[in-house]
Design a protein around this ligand. Structure first.
Ligand code: ADP
Length: 752
């Protein structure tokens, strides 16, 4: 039931009473009864309303009581609470304060009122305090620390909060301040910060110490590694010593993989974990052409750093599942791979790995480890170089021993033959003369091989080029061979193309090539064996094959067979006389003719084949013009202090129709050339007064000296002389004793 508004009930009652009053005045008693109902209803309404009002009043009273209680509590908190509570006007003059505030500021409560709060603020914080006072109305401000100066007691840091109360009609009124001593808290914070700082200092000091320690270790390792590597030329031994240094100082696992042809071989290895080491021994290094990190480092020459190994990376690193198991057992966590590489060559790679410890490789480690790679490479270079030098030295020693032996045999035959010549009868004398002739030819051959080798090695051999049919050369060589070994040697056969096999070349030199090959074939083929020669034109090449059924060649020796002084070891080679020069002369001469030579053999005891290919000459081609002997008379000066040598040369030249003058020393020679410029000057390199090279240079510098053809005369004993002479400006050189063919070659050269 909704009751009408209170005013309505009261109004209804007032109207009802008015009406009763009117009825009584008019004395209309009958109508009074009807009005009674109205009146009762109105009274009821008012009564109900009064009841509601009373209830509401009671409620309000409870509410007020509660609010008052709150207020009292709040006031009590403000009055008696531990925090300072101050009310100031908007300029900061204290209007009211609680006990805690008085206590904090060291003043009795009653003295606080009307004092400016600024009085208690330390000078350092006054500005900010004023700013806060001025801006308290416009900004909400959180607690901020302020240095407080109490009238009594030590200064302290207060946490200050200010709230502005907006007064009547929006006018600024008072400011309420809360203040608490936060000195202890701040000190705790400061302490914590300080502690933190100290901790950090300690940590960084530890870090620095660890870094210094690591750096020291790196330097020590580097030094140790280099001294180990430098101390020995036996590099497998050196490498295994290095592994001992590296593990455990800078790595838990260390691998050395060296290139051997197209594969990698594990040379030295170490692992801090004994079981791991055992398993690593059987490790197979990756294929150098693969995508493996080690292979990539070797190919690119760039080191690799993997600070934290991830599972997929480890899988890639390990390759196979079995190998992955191994690396997981070792617990590889951090890896560095560096190339073993010097400016000369790349030898392989070093791998440094760390196990499950907290250690990890960093950029700083990389530098030091790369350095170990470089030092290893340098040590390997040196060791290899030393090995090569040793081998060369050994070769040379063997060669000298062999040379002495080879020369002594024919020489002693010649000496004793000459001795016997006078005492023997006619028939024996003829035989002796044959022997003498053969042996002296052999001697001459040995010497000419030696001369050629020195000549071709310096690359200054002259070719007298002309058109030649190789079939004729082969036939001539064969005849020589057959007369030489008439007694039951191997059977020799020659097969030639029906048409000419023409080349442009030096007949004597190509004859020498064939003779050397045939001599070898005969030397290394027992009687009863066969030697087959074939000469054919194949495409653009003239091809000569010399095949024998003799001792054959070991496959390991084949690649070195054309090298100077190289002879097969063991029963195949050393049993037979020889200097290991013939084939190197063959190769040099063939190459000089623009051709090539190859040796092959199915194996020891199965014969060998040597194939020569020379550019085939077609008839329409004009033979390349080389120097041809000249008969034109030249004016020649010989500068030579040995009178015999000088005379021999003079006579040879005069016989060819040249005009010859001689000087026995440099000074005289220079005067001579200044007076009369020769066409050609032969100058001995070793003169008593001035160095022959210098004499040559001075002649060159004289007026018209450009036109003099300078020829150096050198001894075999000084193989560097020709080089020196050519550098000094000589046009050519002759090695003493002078070969007449070379002499005419040189004279021919001078015509140009
Ligand atoms: P030399 O015969 O004087 O030792 P070469 O330079 O002519 O020197 O030959 C070098 C080496 O090559 C020989 O010592 C020999 O071992 C090997 N050789 C050369 N020709 C043959 C051949 N026809 N059969 C087997 N071995 C050969």
């Amino acid at each position: 039931m909704t009751s009408p508004p209170r005013s309505e009930h009261a109004e209804a009652l007032r109207v009802s009473i008015e009406r009763l009053r009117g009825l009584v005045a008019a004395q209309r008693w009958g109508a009074l009864a009807a009005e009674q109902g109205e009146l009762e209803r109105a009274v009821e309404g008012v009564t109900a309303e009064a009841a509601t009002l009373r209830a509401e009043r009671d409620d309000a009273r409870t509410e007020t009581a509660r609010a008052e209680l709150h207020l009292t509590a709040a006031r009590q908190v403000l009055e008696d609470g531990p925090d300072g509570y101050i009310v100031t006007d908007d300029t900061g003059i204290i209007l009211q304060a609680n006990r805690a505030a008085a206590q904090l500021l060291g003043v009795p409560l009653r003295f606080l009122v009307r004092k400016p709060l600024a009085l208690f603020i330390d000078e350092v914080d006054l500005r900010i305090f004023r700013w806060r006072v001025n801006n308290a109305h416009s900004r909400s401000q959180g607690e901020w620390p302020v240095r407080m100066r109490p009238r009594q007691g030590p200064s302290f840091t207060a946490g200050l909060t200010v709230t502005a109360f907006v007064g009547h009609e929006g006018h600024a009124s008072d400011l309420r301040w809360f203040m608490r001593d936060i000195t202890a808290r701040q000190r705790a914070e400061e302490l914590a910060t300080a502690q933190d700082f100290t901790n950090r200092m300690l940590e960084s000091e530890q870090d620095a110490r660890a870094a210094a320690e690591a750096a020291r270790l790196r330097v020590e390792i580097q030094a140790a590694v280099s001294s180990v590597l430098a101390a020995t030329l036996d590099y497998p031994a050196a490498l295994s010593k290095v592994t001992g240094l590296v593990v455990p100082a800078v790595a838990d696992v260390f691998l050395t993989d060296l290139l051997a042809g197209h594969t990698l071989e594990q040379m030295a290895m170490a692992c801090a974990d004994a079981a791991g080491a055992e398993r690593l021994r059987a490790r197979r290094p990756p294929d150098p052409s693969s995508d493996h990190p080690i292979a990539r480092v070797i190919r690119t020459g760039d080191a690799m750093l993997m600070t934290e190994v991830s599972a997929p990376w480890l899988e890639h690193w390990a390759g196979s599942g079995e190998s992955q198991d191994l690396w997981e057992t070792i617990g590889l966590t951090s890896v560095v791979v560096v190339p073993i590489r010097s400016h000369r060559q790349t030898h392989g790679a070093l791998t440094f790995g760390l196990g499950p410890s907290a250690r990890r490789y960093s950029q700083a480690d990389l530098g030091a480890l790369k350095d170990i790679g470089l030092r290893t490479a340098l040590a390997l270079d040196t060791a290899r170089l030393f090995k090569e030098l040793e081998a060369e030295q050994r070769h040379r020693d063997e060669f000298l021993a062999m040379l002495a032996h080879e020369l002594r045999n024919p020489l002693s035959a010649v000496t004793s033959g000459l001795d016997a010549l006078e005492r023997v009868d006619e028939s024996s004398r003829a035989h002796l003369l044959q022997i003498l002739s053969r042996q002296s030819k052999h001697l001459a051959r040995l010497l000419s091989d030696l001369l050629d080798v020195s000549g071709v090695r310096f690359g200054r051999l002259m070719l007298q080029r002309q058109r030649l049919d190789l079939r004729d050369l082969a036939r001539d060589s064969l005849e020589v061979l057959q007369t030489a070994s008439k007694t039951m040697g191997p059977t020799i056969s020659l097969r030639s193309d029906p048409g000419p096999v023409t080349v442009i070349g030096d007949a004597d030199r190509l004859q020498q090539v064939l003779a050397n090959l045939l001599d070898n074939a005969a030397k290394y083929t027992p009687s009863g064996g066969t030697i087959d020669i074939s000469v054919a034109a194949e495409d653009d090449h003239a091809v000569v094959r010399v095949r024998d059924s003799g001792t054959g060649i070991e496959p390991e020796f084949l690649p070195r067979i054309f090298e100077v002084f190289s002879r097969a070891g063991g029963a195949t080679g050393q049993a037979r006389p020889g200097l290991g020069l013939g084939l190197s002369v063959v190769r040099e001469l063939v190459v000089k003719h623009g051709g090539s030579v190859a040796a092959s053999s199915p194996g020891v005891g199965q014969g060998s084949e040597f194939v020569i290919r020379l550019p085939l000459h077609r008839d329409e081609e004009v033979p390349s013009s080389g120097p041809t002997p000249s008969s034109a008379a030249r004016s020649i000066l010989i500068v030579e202090n040995n009178p015999d040598a000088c005379d021999v040369l003079r006579i040879a030249l005069e016989q060819s129709g040249h005009r010859v003058r001689t000087s026995s020393n440099g000074k005289q020679a220079l005067e001579e050339t200044r007076a009369r410029r020769p066409d050609i000057a032969f100058v001995d390199i070793l003169l008593p007064d001035i160095d022959g090279c210098e004499v040559g240079q001075t002649i060159r510098g004289q007026p018209g000296g450009d036109g003099v053809f300078l020829v150096a005369l050198t001894g075999l004993s000084a193989p560097t002389d020709p080089d020196r002479a050519l550098r000094a400006g000589f046009d050519s050189y002759l090695v003493k004793p002078i070969d007449p063919d070379r002499l005419s070659e040189v004279i021919a050269q001078a015509r140009h």
